[in-house]
Design a binder for this molecule. Structure first.
Ligand code: SF4
Length: 286
């Protein structure tokens, strides 16, 4: 979701300092997909979540790939899908309405009405979801108003959401979706959970895939944590450099998954499982 430009600029200043101490070697840029270490041993069309699995033994990937068992939906997954839909629709509708209406408050009102009215929101999280849509819409409309030139609003909005990218050059799926990309080429991922280490690997994967597709450096990422579901909206931003270390970790994780699938070794059940794991019934985990 859009966050104010001053927050992005503040985070970018910190990141510039960090990245100047870790210059990324060309061999770790996405555009070096045709040679080691980026060239994958096999092209399996892996999803980013398969490579960055939250399951300590990667059993979820095994179950999906080798046993053809599909994850069961649960409330956490459903809320995640709904939130991504609300964010995407709000960004899209603000862009559309700003192009035809130069009154920011009309745009704000119309977008909130349309997005909330067209989504199927469970009653238990309705007021929280409305807060979320209002928050995104107000950020975008305010940003557009401040950047207005002459008499009208400048309709340029720097965020694009649900960006489709082809990850196949790096052994990933052809149909990846990046949550958002800012005008300054910062890759953005939205999360409805507390921070986990694998979130950094996910955003690294997207950054490297973007580099492979666009042939421009993607050095920074923002993970936006959206929490307080069902009560009051709580948003935190974590900024990170897509460092050499993260890039190597992503390559190692991808190669481990490829080896596991090619080696046909069934991973054991984990001793500590994520309570929201959609395979827990199959694994018999409480
Ligand atoms: S229930 Fe546990 S072992 Fe099974 S896939 Fe999920 S996290 Fe892995």
């Amino acid at each position: 979701m859009p966050i104010p430009n001053y927050v992005i600029l503040r985070e970018l200043r910190k990141l510039h300092l960090r990245s100047s101490q870790d210059l990324v070697d060309d061999s770790l840029r996405g555009w070096s997909w045709d040679r080691p270490p980026l060239r994958p041993r096999a092209y399996l069309g892996l999803s980013v979540s398969e490579v960055t699995s939250y399951c300590p033994t990667r059993r979820d990937t095994w179950l999906r790939r080798m046993m053809k068992i599909y994850p069961e939906s649960n409330d956490t997954l459903k809320t995640g899908l709904l939130v991504h839909e609300l964010i995407h629709k709000t960004i899209k509708h603000v862009r559309k309405y700003l192009a035809i209406n130069d009154n920011p408050w009309d745009v704000y009102r119309d977008v909130v009405e349309e997005v909330v009215g067209s989504a199927e929101i469970p009653e238990s999280i309705r007021s929280w979801a409305v807060q979320l849509v209002k928050y995104i819409a107000i950020q975008l409309v305010a940003e557009a108003s401040w950047s207005s030139v002459g008499d009208g609003i400048n309709p340029w909005l720097s965020w694009i959401s649900e960006v489709r990218v082809d990850g196949s050059l790096l052994g990933l799926s052809k149909n990846l979706r990046v949550d958002a990309l800012t005008g300054s080429n910062i890759v953005v991922d939205f999360k409805l959970s507390k921070p986990y280490e694998n979130h950094k690997l996910m955003i690294t994967a997207y950054a490297m895939v973007l580099e492979a597709n666009l042939e421009v450096p993607v050095d920074y990422g923002l993970i936006i944590y959206i929490n307080g579901v069902g009560s009051s909206l709580n948003i935190k931003v974590e900024s990170l450099c897509i460092s050499s270390y993260l890039r190597k970790d992503f390559i190692d994780a991808r190669d481990e998954v490829i080896d596991m699938v090619l080696g046909e070794r069934e991973p054991p059940k984990a001793t500590s499982c994520n309570p929201a794991c959609p395979f827990k019934n199959y694994c018999g985990v409480a």
